[in-house]
Design a binder for this molecule. Sequence first.
Ligand code: PRX
Length: 657
Amino acid sequence: MSADHEIENLLHEERHFAPSAEFAKQAIAKPSLYEEAKTDRLGFWAKQARKLHWHKPFTQTLDWSNPPFAKWFADGQLNISYNCLDRHVEAGNGDRTAIFFEGEPGDSKEITYAELTRQVKKTANALIDLGIKPGDRVAIYLPMIPEAVIAMQAVARIGAVHSVIFGGFSAESLSSRIEDAEAKLVITADGGFRKGKASALKPAVDEALSAGKCASVKNVLVVRRTNQDVDWVEGRDVEWSQAVGEASDEHEAKPFDAEHPLFILYTSGTTGKPKGILHTSGGYLTQAAYTHKNVFDLHADSDVYWCTADIGWITGHSYVAYGPLANGASQVIYEGTPETPDWGRWWSIVQKYGVSILYTAPTAIRSFMKLGSQIPNEYNLETIRVLGSVGEPINPEAWMWYRKHIGGSHAPIMDTWWQTETGAIMVSPLPGITTLKPGSAQHPLPGIEAEVLDDEGNVLGRGHAGLLVLTEPWPSMLRGIWKDPERFKETYWSKFEGQYFAGDGAKWDEEGDLWLLGRVDDVMNVSGHRLSTAEIESALVSHHYVAEAAVVGAKDETTGQAVVAFVILRQNQLDAAGSDADVSKILRDHVSKEIGPIARPRTIIVVKELPKTRSGKIMRRLLRDVAEDRPIGDVTTLADTSVMDLISGKLSAGASD
Ligand code: PRX
């Protein structure tokens, strides 16, 4: 079936699931939210912002006088950590559980809001003792343990700026991110538990800082989690247990401007260099809290919420470290992988803690689906009442399976579309209001304005696929790309004057529901993780075997897309290596070392030529046809049309991995 056909079939989805009267009655989100936001969008956002505690109230909601550089609530002052912690304790909720921590080996810990506040205060003091000042950057490279959230909150509390780097990224990736942000401190751990064993982290930090790299880093703060042996650099490395353990637990949260930077998070773009997406304070927390409460129908005093995302991704920022804490929620944090010790682990966690709201990614759902419903069926999942999905389009079959086997055929599924850049959820149904349709993210949230445009910027009506844009600024929007305002303007704001270009294809169906159709640029989505074709290509050509490389994202049943690399080899280097060199394995390992295991190509295809236009641009569209085993599309713009015969011939001869 061609991709177009598939989309057509999806868009004729006839299954609809209206909310039950019982759910609607207790729902946090009210239909009036849509009207309110339509009538007075800025007034609506100001009202959401006022649900936070402002040390100094703001008088101006939005300053859009210098687009695309927005300022939200600019004359107001607040403290992010005070909003996530102290105010709940002061309101008498100090005994409420903030975190149910489940370690992969089976250890567990319950941390109340009072205790979490105390830990964050101690950590804030330890950071100050290490010389961290407002505006300084702190890199965080930690497993999913409570210290990850504590570290982020402590950095925010003292007005410093965190840059969390996913633990699956290599020393190389870590190093380039630390250098770009000029971080003064790295917070890491000896390691974490993954797939039944201790997996080291500190050696990657040591390597990232070796040989005079990352000269900005003065100290490395090390949490002991696995008790693995680690190298220790005297004078640089500091034990968390000592620095935090001995620090005072008194720390007053000082106010910072609403536009004070909160964090940088690197994400893949269309070039080889990741972009440092910058988010600031007041607007970000406003939208993270508002969406977390309304999209998941959070009743903070009774729900147990669990988002399975790692803090290394934006979902782990907005819906683990900030949104839930701002709302005083009780949440589960799980350190490990879903298959350890067996594929029932997640469901045993849901049962153990009585999880009522579960937020995860379609790739995980499809993995469970493949293994069959008998695994979740062995557990009591009756507490689940709301489900969420994020990271990529969820196909209707996975949606139906999720609803039936995890949601007991009643829990509404929130398919949430957003990005690292948007900071918080933008398009999603609302539980108790929206009649759900499997596979569609449905509607921009109240306060958000989106359109689908054609290439010339004309607004497309129902039934036409085009490009998704956000037509009005929103509080949690990125404020820029770290140190690169030109790239910020060019990437998001230059295609359509004054409108944010998301890089996704989309279509309103005949009923006015929005369908997301995947990326329209050279960004891939593998297991809900964003990867750049250019970044993997440059990793490949950095290997001396490779003369040229082209990477595409090919459709994959479980991971959504998979990395497929076409490479032209340097024959002389290969001859020197001997004929039995396993090129495919060597190159896959190389990418893994350069970027991280998530970028490891699924398939390496060795070719003699790459399809190029007369101006030398690689036609990835044709390579995608090959990788997805489809008939090759239009080749007339190729400089040499016979190239594709060679490539597809090579593939059928079994050259793939
Ligand atoms: O293509 C869209 C896809 O993920 C991209 C953003 O990736 P990232 O910044 O890593 O953030 C992921 C978590 C928010 C988008 O441009 N995407 C995300 N959510 C959805 C989605 N595509 C379709 N449906 C979604 N619900």
